[in-house]
Design a protein around this ligand. Structure first.
Ligand code: TXA
Ligand code: MG
Length: 324
C-alpha cells in the first residue's frame, strides 16, 4: 500500500515537473495514442528550435501542435471552418492531424514558414494531462532522430534521444503508427500521410478530394521516400535479393505465419492476421530486430487495404534506402 502511494506521488510530481519544464522551454518526451512525442511549448520559438536540434531534423519539416481543447484550435488557426468542428467531434481526441490556416500566434519555426499549422488532440490521458497542466499547446514530432524508427516505449526514446530533459511514462501508445494527416480545401480533404484512420472513415464526415495533376506543393516528410529507417538493411520478401540472404542471419516480420523456418528470429505481428494489431506492434518489432543479432530484417508484405495502406507506406520507407 505504502509503495503504491509512493508510486502515485512520484507519478504526480513527475507530471508536475514535466509541465514546469514545458513552461520553462525545456524538452519533454511523452506518450500519445500513436507514438511518443518530443514536446516543447509551441509558442516558444527557442524551445521549438531545440526540438529541431535534438532530433537533427531539417528546418523545412514542420511540426504538429498538440492541443487539449477546441479553444486552442481557435487560437492557433483561422477560418472557423465548420468541417473542422465536425471532424473534431467525430475523431478527437484521436489519431487525426488537421492542417489548417495558422494564426499569427504560431511561431514560423513551428510551421517551417508555411501559412498552415498541423493540429492534433491526442487520445491519451498522460498527454492530455501534460497539455492541461502546462497550459501551453505543445509542438511535438515523433521522439526519434530524423528519418529513424518512431518510438513506442520510453526505452525507444532513451535509445535515440538520451539528451531529452525528461521522458514521461504512461500507457504505451495504443495505435503504434503516427496519425493520419489531412488538409482541407473547398472540395474536401486530402490525405498527406496515411494512418490508422482510413480514407473511408474520414469520408463519412467530409468528402474526399484528390488533386489529380496538381503538384504537391507542401513537402510533408511523412511523404519523403526514405523515413523510419532501422539501423540495418530491411528488404521485402518479394525483393529478389531477399532469397539470396542466409535465413539464419535474418530476422523475419511475418504476416501469414507461412514458411518461417530457419530464420535467426521470427516475429508474427498478429496471430489472426489483424492489421490493426499488426500496426500497433510494427515499430516495436522493428526496434526489437534492430537490437537483435540478426544482420538483416526481412518483411512479408501485407495486403494493401484499409490500415494496410499506412503499414505498407511505413515499410516501403523503411526499405527505401536498400532498394536497387
Ligand atoms: O501521431 C503523430 O502525428 C505523432 C505524435 C507525436 O503526435 N507526431 C508525428 O510528428 O508523427 P512528425 O513530426 O514525426 O510528423 C509530422 C508530419 C511531418 O511529416 C510534417 O511534415 C507534417 O506532419 N506536417 C506538419 N505540419 C504540416 C503542415 N503545416 N503542412 C503539411 N504537413 C505538415
Ligand atoms: Mg516522425
Amino acid at each position: 500500500m505504502q509503495l503504491i502511494i509512493q508510486q502515485i506521488m512520484s507519478d504526480i510530481s513527475k507530471m508536475e515537473l514535466a509541465a514546469r519544464y514545458i513552461r520553462e522551454g525545456k524538452l519533454v518526451a511523452f506518450p500519445t495514442d500513436t507514438v511518443f512525442g518530443l514536446g516543447a511549448n509551441a509558442l516558444d520559438p527557442l524551445a521549438v528550435a531545440r526540438i529541431f536540434e535534438v532530433k537533427e531534423r531539417p528546418s523545412f519539416d514542420p511540426l504538429i501542435v498538440h492541443v487539449a481543447s477546441m479553444e486552442d484550435v481557435d487560437r492557433l488557426s483561422i477560418g472557423g471552418d465548420e468541417r473542422v468542428y465536425r471532424l473534431a467531434e467525430k475523431f478527437w481526441p484521436g489519431p487525426l492531424t488537421m492542417v489548417l490556416p495558422k494564426s499569427a500566434l504560431v511561431p514560423d519555426i513551428v510551421t517551417s514558414g508555411l501559412p498552415t499549422v498541423g493540429i492534433r488532440m491526442p487520445d491519451h490521458q498522460t498527454a492530455l494531462e501534460l497539455l492541461r497542466l502546462s497550459g501551453c499547446p505543445i509542438a511535438a514530432p515523433s521522439a526519434n532522430k530524423f528519418g529513424r524508427l518512431s518510438p513506442t516505449s520510453p526505452q525507444h526514446v532513451q535509445k535515440q534521444l538520451p539528451e531529452v530533459d525528461l521522458i514521461l511514462e504512461g500507457e504505451n501508445p495504443r495505435v503504434g503508427i503516427e496519425s493520419t494527416i489531412i488538409s482541407l480545401n473547398q472540395e474536401g480533404f486530402e490525405i498527406l500521410r496515411h494512418g490508422i484512420l482510413t480514407r473511408e472513415e474520414i469520408e463519412a464526415v467530409v468528402p474526399f478530394y484528390s488533386p489529380e495533376d496538381q503538384q504537391q506543393a507542401v513537402v510533408a516528410p511523412g511523404m519523403l521516400k526514405s523515413h523510419y529507417s532501422p539501423g540495418k538493411p530491411l528488404y521485402f520478401l518479394d525483393d529478389p535479393r531477399s532469397s539470396q540472404l542466409p535465413r539464419q542471419k535474418a530476422g523475419l516480420l511475418s504476416f501469414s505465419g507461412k514458411d518461417i523456418t530457419g530464420y535467426h528470429s521470427v516475429i508474427r505481428l498478429s496471430e489472426n492476421n489483424d492489421l490493426k494489431e499488426y500496426a500497433v506492434n510494427l515499430f516495436a518489432s522493428i526496434h526489437q530486430l534492430e537490437d537483435s543479432h540478426a544482420e538483416f530484417i526481412l518483411v512479408e508484405p501485407v495486403p494493401e487495404t484499409g490500415i494496410g495502406i499506412a503499414i505498407m507506406d511505413r515499410l516501403r520507407k523503411a526499405a527505401y534506402q536498400y532498394r536497387q
